[in-house]
Design a protein around this ligand. Structure first.
Ligand code: NAI
Length: 409
């Protein structure tokens, strides 16, 4: 894709050891000025670096604060979060400044799903305690409490990206799959919609949770939820920590209502490797505790690298904002023989007619036009006839409410 700005001069900075595939993808698309740093930068150094950087790639340690945006918005076009969430970016400020923010919410789906199945096997064979005993020199050779997955019923709560992937893998193990979701979902394979949460809980040998963190899911797994589960059932949570009342879960494991659990996420998690982790689940029998690594694999990092780099390239090459958390999502199809102008503005009445007046004042024909707004921001992508579009751009910059406008090609 040819753009009107020289791609090789557009500076991109990738922080926090982002997978090298991202640099490769950007370079293949012509964006050859890509610098990679292994660490995050403290705010002052970040602000200094972003004075000349158009695109920054971050993971969870770099904070794109209100101050960073205020001091870099004259130059910064987009932030690529090469991770699942976008909590580390002040999204409202980014929107107000016309900075596009992309992430990769689903690139680690498979990694989580595989760990779920692996942990189901481990827990049904009571491996955590046998492993701990063997390390201490004890020989716990017994079949008591050990079962195959085959023929058991897996109850999946939340049948989204991860839940449905777990469903497919579980069936490959010969499990019966029940699922429950608040949104109507078609079953994959032979999975069966349980229709109600209570039905799912009362029929499942293993219950695995794959719901989002929302007000409606906070502490959804409490004593009542657990009381509906079968005696000796297994429970897994690799979704979000706030979803489970950990004390209620610990109690059900201690009094042997549940036979085991795997937990990857906690209401309070250490901020980094140096901080101590503590939980009421520590020391319990047949409980696997992992440090929020459900989605942490090399493959997921690779997929995230491709996904976010592709979103950035599509934004730079075509003005495509699908997947952005700050700019309304638009994807205008490409057409030959046009110039493309992007206009990000405050969502106030009259901007589109001002844009059209600006274009017609230079006698330019509009060949395609898309507008998408949210409560505060409007984003217009306009394809015009190939005449000298710099005059049109000058007119558009003067429109009241303009945040950012530029010619793409
Ligand atoms: P998703 O958005 O694709 O699916 C979530 C599903 O839960 C949706 O179908 C939704 O309708 C459903 N849901 C919402 N509220 C519900 C309720 N009260 N009862 C039943 N279903 C409900 O999300 P995805 O990608 O499958 O992720 C699921 C969870 O896993 C999220 O919380 C995500 O943050 C977490 N996650 C954890 C990782 C880890 O490292 N442990 C890695 C990736 C995601």
């Amino acid at each position: 894709m040819k753009t009107s700005f020289p791609k090789e001069k557009l500076k991109i900075l990738l922080l926090e050891n982002i997978h090298p595939i991202a640099k490769k993808k950007l370079e293949e698309a012509g964006y050859s000025d890509v610098e990679i740093l292994k660490t995050a930068l403290p705010e002052s150094e970040l602000i200094a670096a972003l004075q000349t950087t158009k695109i920054v790639g971050i993971r969870s340690k770099t904070k794109i604060t209100q101050n960073v945006i205020a001091q870099c918005k004259h130059n910064l076009l987009a932030v690529g979060c090469f991770c699942i969430g976008t909590n580390q970016v002040q999204l409202k400020e980014a929107a107000k400044a016309g900075v596009a923010v992309f992430n990769s919410p689903y690139s680690n789906t498979r990694s989580v799903a595989e760990l779920v199945l692996a942990e189901c096997v481990m827990l049904l064979r009571r491996i955590p305690e046998k492993n701990a005993a063997a390390h201490k020199g004890d020989w716990l050779k017994t079949t008591e409490g050990s079962y195959e997955l085959r023929g058991k019923t897996l109850g999946i709560v939340g049948y989204g990206h991860i839940g449905s992937q777990v469903s497919v893998l579980a069936e490959a193990f010969g499990m019966k799959v029940l699922y429950y979701d608040v949104v109507p979902k078609l079953p994959l394979g032979n999975a069966v919609n349980a229709e109600s949460l209570e039905k799912l809980l009362s029929q499942s040998d293993i219950v695995t949770l794959h719901v989002p963190e929302e007000n409606s899911t906070k502490n959804m797994v409490d004593a009542k939820f657990i009381s509906h589960m079968k005696k000796n059932a297994i429970f897994l949570n690799l979704s979000r920590g706030t979803v489970v009342d950990i004390d209620a879960l610990a109690k059900a494991l201690t009094n042997k209502h549940l036979a085991g659990a795997a937990v990857d996420v906690y209401p309070l998690e250490p901020k980094g490797k140096g901080e101590k982790f503590s939980s009421t689940l520590q020391g319990l029998n047949n409980v696997i505790l992992t440090p929020h690594i459900g989605g942490s694999t090399n493959e997921a990092q690779y997929n995230i690298g491709i996904d976010v780099a592709t979103k950035i390239i599509n934004y730079l090459d075509k003005g495509n904002t699908v997947g952005s958390h700050s700019i309304p999502a638009l994807n205008l199809p490409m057409q030959d023989g046009t110039h493309r102008i992007l206009h990000i503005h405050n969502n106030i009445p009259g901007v589109m007619s001002a844009i059209n007046n600006a274009i017609s004042s230079t006698n330019t024909n509009i060949l395609g036009q898309y507008l998408k707004t949210n409560e505060s921001i409007g984003y217009a992508v306009i394809d015009i006839a190939q005449i000298d579009s710099s005059k049109t751009l000058e007119q558009m910059k003067k429109i009241e409410g303009t945040i950012r406008t530029r010619i793409l090609f």
